[in-house]
Design a protein around this ligand. Structure first.
Ligand code: HEM
Length: 358
């Protein structure tokens, strides 16, 4: 029955030809079954989970200071399976940050940013920023004390930027103070603007990845485009072989997210009270390192942490494909790029640990 329906549809649309062409591209054997090469696909799967759970949450969520907390409380404690939908959305948001960073680390260490994949890499950096923006805008939505005060501090940091700061603060808050306009802007950005940018950027990222294929293995070769010698011949089709492998991993992860929602429900503190500044604003764990960094640059030194260090960090990522242009991709043969990677990774781990100990 299903087959007959598909044949009927194919007769009228001719969809199967182009689809097969898109899906049956070769995945090099070294990448198939290498978990490091599934991180991009897993991130994509998690974004799909976010889209589905986000749509369900939007059916009950009220984006107003009076309704935001009440409706989140309703979803969490009264709506049948509301805890599950909110829990999966909450834990998947944290996991996406981990998978995106690991995917970035994998492409960095494999030298996948090199010619001809510079654009894939640059679009990846935009995707990374979009992921961070999703987290930042989503954090405010439950409108509980931590969400309110952490976002107040977050927008104040943006407001302290020299030059553009005050404009940025008004743009984010929709005025000088936090209120209805802030919530509306964060909500619109979270459910409309960022998903739009994400879809466009992802399409470009995947088309480029499809065009140039995946980078070759590290051991035993060091050519620039990663399509070296014999490896080119050894491959499996993306559909069904590699897709099945990725789907199994995604299903296991979704199962773990369900378990996490059951045993560690998504948190919801007391309702936001703009007059009660006694709360110590605590950002999500993945922003902790940055809050710790800020403590070392008080007063007039603050722009070092808010402007110079981010410009240096993102600037080095953007320039990487244009600075490291040699054909060598093995990390152990590239002390400068690998050293920079270790330095960044250590800095984030140590700063996060220090923030947790405070
Ligand atoms: C929303 C976030 C992202 C998604 C969903 C995504 C998705 C993917 C997928 C499915 C692949 C092919 C399979 C794989 O390598 O895992 C890929 C490849 C690639 N991605 Fe991403 N990506 C994202 C973010 C990033 C970031 C942050 C970077 C780095 C700045 C990046 C750089 C690359 C590069 C260079 C490749 C080619 C890899 C190679 O040839 O080995 N991506 N991406």
């Amino acid at each position: 029955m299903w087959r007959r329906f598909l044949t009927w549809l194919d007769d009228r649309t001719g969809w199967s030809g182009p689809l097969a062409k898109i899906l049956r591209y070769p995945v090099p054997e070294h990448a198939h079954r290498n978990p490091l090469f599934t991180l991009g696909g897993l991130t994509l799967a998690l974004f799909l989970v976010q889209a589905v759970t986000g749509m369900l949450l939007a059916m009950y969520y009220e984006p107003s200071p009076e309704g935001a907390y009440r409706s989140t409380d309703f979803i969490q404690f009264e709506l049948p399976l509301g805890w599950l939908v909110r829990g999966v959305h909450h834990w998947a948001a944290s996991l996406i940050v981990i998978t995106v960073v690991l995917h970035l680390a994998r492409t960095y260490l494999y030298g996948a940013y090199k010619r001809p994949r510079e654009l894939t890499w640059l679009i990846g950096i935009v995707l990374f920023l979009v992921t961070v923006a999703f987290s930042f805008t989503g954090y405010l939505l439950p409108w509980d004390q931590t969400a309110y005060w952490a976002t107040k501090v977050g927008t104040e940091i943006a407001g302290s930027l020299p030059g553009l700061g005050p404009l940025l603060l008004r743009l984010m808050r929709g005025g000088l103070e936090m209120g209805q306009a802030t919530l509306t802007r964060f909500y619109a950005t979270h459910i409309l603007i960022l998903p739009g940018i994400l879809v466009l950027m992802l399409a470009a990222h995947l088309l480029l990845m499809r065009r140039y294929g995946l980078v070759g293995p590290l051991a035993g070769q060091a050519e620039g485009d990663g399509q070296g010698g014999k490896q080119r011949d050894k491959s499996v089709p993306f559909y069904p072989d590699h897709l099945l492998y990725e789907a199994i991993i995604a299903l296991v992860v979704i199962f773990l997210l369900i378990a996490a929602s059951r045993f560690f429900p998504a948190p919801l503190g007391a309702e936001a009270d703009p007059t009660d500044a006694s709360v110590v604003p605590r950002p999500e764990w993945y922003f902790l390192f940055y809050y710790q960094l800020l403590t070392y640059f008080p007063g007039w030194l603050e722009p070092v942490a808010t402007v110079l260090i981010p410009i240096f960090f993102f600037g080095s990522l953007v320039l990487l494909p244009f600075l490291d242009t040699g054909s060598e991709r093995r990390p152990w043969k590239k002390p400068v790029t690998t050293g920079a990677f270790i330095f960044y990774a250590l800095a984030v781990v140590v700063l996060t640990a220090l923030a947790l100990m405070r």
